[in-house]
Design a protein around this ligand. Sequence first.
Ligand code: COI
Length: 354
Amino acid sequence: MNNTISDIKITKCQSSKINEVDFENLVFGNIFTDHMLLCDYKDGVWQQPEIVPYAPFLMDPSSKVFHYGQAIFEGMKAYKDAHDDIWLFRPDQNFDRFNKSATRLAMPEVPEEVFIGGLKQLIQLEKDWVKHGNGSALYIRPFMIATGHGVIAAPSTEYRFMIILSPAKSYYSGEVKVIIAEHFSRAANGGIGAAKAAGNYSGQFYPTKLANEEGFQQIIWTDDATHTKLEEAGTMNVFFRINDVLYTAPTSERILDGVTRKSVIDLAKREGIQVEVRSVLVDELVQAAKDGSLKEIFGAGTAAVINPIAGFSYKGEYFELPKMENSFAQEIKTKLTGIQTKELEDTFGWTVKV
Ligand code: COI
């Protein structure tokens, strides 16, 4: 496939809905910009990408995405700096991961010209939707679905790649308390846990609904075989601060290789924080909570940014975390968002101008 940026066909909407949006009071992922990008794959090649007005579209009811969940996605953000320039954060990482997910789900890889080039062109068109300051960002949702028809259980031969954009502030509106999984699992070795596959998220909905009913917002998943190792929280990777050491689980076939996760590790190390990437045991966490050495737990993800966890429940016992004055979570969040919004120097070379 030889798409180039000039191949993108643009059809603009007649009137923008931007003036109807209350940018100060956004519910995460609820409002979308005026346009979207789409690119179809058929006859073994990617077709001409298009930017069109954001709108529903027709699909055959037998499309494989509806029956077999052949669907993947990414989560990214764009930020506007004080000079009105727009920046992406490590888009190469999302692009690479997207195509790894595609391979795992037997889907075709999306060309860089379409994913990154198309994204930049879409954001240029929607630049007024990217706001500066106060934790504002434009959340980017690239995704691919199997559009081929027929309910035979085999990979589709047709796909649609799309990008939609949503102005965003915070993902969680209040305090986040978690339950540690004792029975349900998010992923298993040999499965699709490391892919950003739609099914990894729908599989969490039921146990998370049960957790919500008990007053918890999220689950920290444990390994499926023994439920003794802490893994990730589904919408974010997790970090544990015991005394002054920051721990996080290594990536594996069960854990998403989070872009924010790896950025936090690099940033924390640069700030002189001791970071250990190793399995953290549930028993170790409970013991640390009991003896007071557990200082913080926080989640890290594109949508969630850095989100402190107020406490966790395990086997019916709730452990409240101390309120830290100088938390690692706050320190790292300040540095990370400072780099993303260009208020701090990006010595890592993570930011890419749109
Ligand atoms: C993201 O952080 O971008 C994600 O994809 C998590 C999603 C469940 C909101």
